[in-house]
Design a binder for this molecule. Structure first.
Ligand code: AHR
Length: 848
């Protein structure tokens, strides 16, 4: 009780008076040495990753207010079909497994998304048609049939889950009509959720069978958040309508076909050094044929085909290549273009274009670069000039492919790297390789791009991951990372685990030159991905606590790091291992064989399971056969091939098995502690990460996820039998390979405090960034060495939450937001109490 009272008292004193107690000998120490310079922190470090996922652009950053404006949202991609409400791609050969891949994907459910008709009487109807298209690239239009009994017929668009208006603001409406028999007025209006008319204007339709463009300005007489758009027909007749587009006049920087002011401003407040576009998986497409095609994103938005994209809805291509480049320029960010290398998404269908067709994709990226930075005397540079921008755009980076791996990718990477580098040596080229040895298979890359979507423990444990990565002749761009497991919609625990990980990136920014959180946006009405940085509704933008962590790092970037050590009591209390459950064998894009499986239970019972495929094994994935008696063989190159012993659960046991790799990229998996549905548990991953590392991983949703044990270097040779032994007890899991102890995993609580500091040469300031991911305030003694003078007055910027489970929301958007206060207690040796559940930036002027 006394302890609680004193914690509360300290917290009160800190928050009211900025008071900090005098240092105590037992306090943890932060030792900062300004004389020991660390890595320089490049301006490129903090950027953003944009992808059309979760309606990030459509109904997000892109200011268009009409959803399904061109009636193309249900256009089935060429070669695809819709069966039982699911999208079915063509059967294609997966270039990794060699198999003909069959799969289904999400298909839009609404009949004519966002559009409905209502009328007084019977008989008015709407239907999409392909009759006399307005433009060949957008074949669909909407036929409105009205008979005299049904007038007025009202065709409604709900917008992107509502249309938001501002009293007095102007909205630019553009739409097309065509009719053979409707002569008369059509009213275009914005109507409030209370049915009041917010803005209204008439246009006239002439029955001459020709498309007619209407352009109007609607001025809102009220501010409403959930209004909708209507076209009202007072007469009978058949009217075709197409490309109904409504934009606020006040877009970001007033750009035509521009961005939502609130969203674009909120994003630019992150001060991103670069923007990546167009993704993400959408670069690759479900199959190559439905990849994003940047050339189709140029020019008049009415003529842009759009694409039904990987994430289950149509991308209108409204926020296209030119809009992306323009936005980069507008906010002083560099552009990063991600190109397709003739490969479809390897997590989906894994198809590949033929070797002969690779030139097409090489030319395509060279054209894209010419468009962005080529002279106006070049074909594509001239198109940029014609679009109103003769000067080059600030494009600096090209990522060659997205999340691709394997021999074919490596071969293609070399071709693309050479072609791009020889024409544009000034650009930085990035490969998709992770931290393993895979990158050794390409001739040269400037940067690699590892991705992490993990739980908080991974980031806490790996706060020092980059301290130990050997420096090679390439740098690292952490292109996608987020704590998105077991953290609700993205709580403070997630944000603080990211802060710990980012601290490690910043400390190692001689190696990690760039990083971008992913995904960036989620529209609250249509979220595909569990946790995203920024929430959007049609009239609001909310930053999660992770947003503010990103912002605090980017706006408190020092010129260089200085040596900073946290000395704190060791946390060594063991915590129990959840090792009880089923066991299994498996692999990741590797073929292998297993035999002589033996399990010894705690009471000395020895079980030698039957290795025949049949009743004894559950096989969720992989091609498992008995090639000879007693040998269980897996011959596919799938990720996460797995076979689990049926109906058996073990606790405190020893498992031994012989394993041999016969092909593929990695080594073996041995799973244990699996739940009944084989969704959660553990896997020893032996020779993972391109056959370079062994560790223990958590399994979530049936797939290996974060590593919980340290990584140990290991390579598994082909066609060699290894003896693998796994021992699982109350609070330890051990792995032996050929008698040698490789992993000795004792689950222990990881530290929850992390600190880095650096010097800002421009402002002569020491910047200290401290993460306290524990639910108690944390008092530390901070000692600053090799500073002639430390001013006593500086600032403290604190991002804190009442609980690690707290999240920002539309109701409480600033529940967790940075608060700046002055702090008058800095010196060479001072105490500071970091708030519970907090990330704190301290800035103070120092003379050296
Ligand atoms: O960020 C979401 C997705 O995660 C990206 O599209 C892809 O690159 C990764 O798998």
């Amino acid at each position: 009780m006394n302890k609680i009272l004193s914690i509360v008292a300290i917290a009160l004193l800190v928050s009211i008076f900025g008071f900090q107690p005098t240092p105590k000998a037992e306090d943890p120490k932060v030792l900062i040495d300004l004389g020991k310079k660390g890595a320089e922190v490049p301006a490129s470090l903090y950027g953003v990753f944009f992808e059309e996922i979760n309606h990030a652009g459509e109904g997000g950053l892109y200011a268009e207010m009409i959803r399904n404006r061109a009636f193309e949202d249900k256009e089935v991609p060429t070669g695809y079909s819709v069966v039982n409400g699911e999208l079915v791609p063509p059967a294609v050969k997966n270039h990794l497994s060699g198999r003909i891949e069959k799969n289904t994907f999400k298909w839009e459910k609404e009949t004519i998304p966002a559009w409905t008709i209502n009328s007084k009487g019977e008989g008015a109807s709407i239907q999409t048609t392909k009759t006399q298209p307005l433009d060949p690239s957008t074949p669909n239009n909407l036929l409105v049939k009205i008979n005299s009994a049904s007038t007025p017929a009202i065709v409604t668009n709900t917008g992107f889950w509502g249309i938001a208006t501002q009293n007095g603001a102007e909205y630019l409406l553009r739409f097309y009509t065509r009719s053979d028999n409707y002569n008369g007025a059509i009213t275009a209006r914005i109507v409030g959720s209370d049915n009041t008319i917010i803005a209204s204007q008439n246009v006239t339709s002439t029955a001459n069978g020709k498309w007619k463009e209407h352009k109007l300005i609607l001025v809102a007489n009220a501010s409403q958040s959930k209004a909708h758009f209507e076209l009202v027909f007072e007469k009978s007749g058949n009217v075709y309508i197409d490309y109904v587009s409504l934009f606020p006049k006040n877009t970001y920087k007033g750009r035509e076909n521009g961005l939502r002011n609130d969203v674009a401003t909120f994003l630019s407040d992150l001060k991103p050094a670069f923007i990546r576009w167009p993704g993400g998986c959408i670069v690759e497409g479900i199959t190559v044929s439905n990849r994003v095609e940047w050339k189709k994103t140029l020019g008049d938005p009415m003529k842009r085909s759009g694409v039904y994209d990987t994430w289950g809805y149509r991308n209108s291509y409204g926020f296209g290549y030119n809009e992306f480049l323009q936005y980069c320029e507008d906010i002083g960010a560099k552009g990063m273009f991600v190109c397709n290398v003739g490969l479809g998404c390897q997590y989906r269908m894994g198809d590949a274009c033929s070797d002969q067709d690779v030139d097409f994709y090489v030319k395509d990226v060279l054209d894209a670069l010419e468009y962005a930075i080529g002279g106006t005397n070049t074909v594509w540079g001239a198109k940029r000039a014609k679009a109103g921008h003769p000067a080059p755009y600030p494009l600096q980076y090209v990522e060659i492919g997205n999340e691709q791996w394997g021999a074919l990718y490596n071969k293609r990477f070399d071709i693309f790297y050479k072609a791009i580098k020889s024409k544009y040596p000034q650009l930085t080229l990035i490969s998709n390789h992770g931290l393993g040895k895979g990158v050794k298979s390409v001739t040269k890359t400037d940067m690699i791009d590892p991705h992490w979507y993990v739980g908080p423990d991974f980031f806490f444990k790996n706060h020092n991951l980059f301290d130990n990565i050997p420096r090679e002749d390439y740098k690292i761009y952490v292109g996608e990372y987020a704590c998105n497991q077991r953290v609700g919609g993205g709580n403070m625990l997630a944000a603080l685990s990211e802060a710990a990980f980012i601290s490690g990136m910043e400390r190692n920014s001689d190696l990690v030159k760039m990083a971008s959180y992913a995904p960036l946006f989620a529209n609250k009405n249509n979220r595909e991905w569990p946790v995203n940085l920024i929430w959007i509704d049609n009239d609001k933008v909310v930053g999660r606590s992770s947003y503010y962590v990103q912002q605090l790092f980017a706006s408190n970037r020092p010129s260089y790091n200085v040596s900073t050590q946290l000395q704190q009591p060791k946390l060594d209390k063991p915590i129990p291992l959840k090792g009880e459950g089923g066991i299994g064998l498996g692999s990741w894009i590797t073929q292998n064989e297993y035999k002589d499986l033996k399990i010894t239970t705690a009471d000395g019972n020895v079980i030698t399971p039957d290795m025949s495929v049949g009743n004894g094994w559950i096989i969720p994935k992989g091609d498992w056969k008995n090639t000879s008696s007693g040998i269980l063989s897996q011959s596919s190159l799938e990720s996460m091939a797995a076979a689990y012993l049926k109906g058996k659960s073990f606790n405190n046991f020893e498992l031994e098995v012989k394993a041999r790799k016969t092909g593929g990229d990695e080594g073996f998996f041995v799973m244990f502690g699996m739940n009944e549905t084989q969704q959660t548990g553990y896997a020893f991953n032996i020779g993972g990460w391109g056959n370079t590392q062994t560790t223990l991983q958590i399994i979530e949703e049936g797939v290996t996820s974060e590593a919980v044990a340290p990584f140990v270097k290991q390579e598994i040779k082909n066609n060699q039998w290894y003896t693998i032994k796994v021992i699982v007890k109350e609070s330890v899991a051990q792995l032996y390979v050929d008698g040698q102890l490789i992993i000795n995993y004792l689950p222990t609580p990881a530290p929850r405090q992390f600190v880095i500091s650096g010097y800002d040469e421009k402002n002569n300031e020491l910047i200290i960034k401290f993460t306290n991911a524990s639910s108690e305030p944390y008092r530390a003694q901070l000692k600053i060495d090799n500073a002639k003078q430390v001013e006593s007055k500086g600032v403290a910027i604190t991002l804190a939450a009442n609980s690690l489970k707290d999240e920002n929301s539309f109701e409480e958007p600033l529940k967790i937001a940075p608060k700046q206060s002055s702090f008058d207690g800095f010196s060479n040796d001072f105490s500071y109490t970091f708030a519970a559940n907090s990330f704190t930036v301290l800035r103070v002027k120092v003379r050296m």
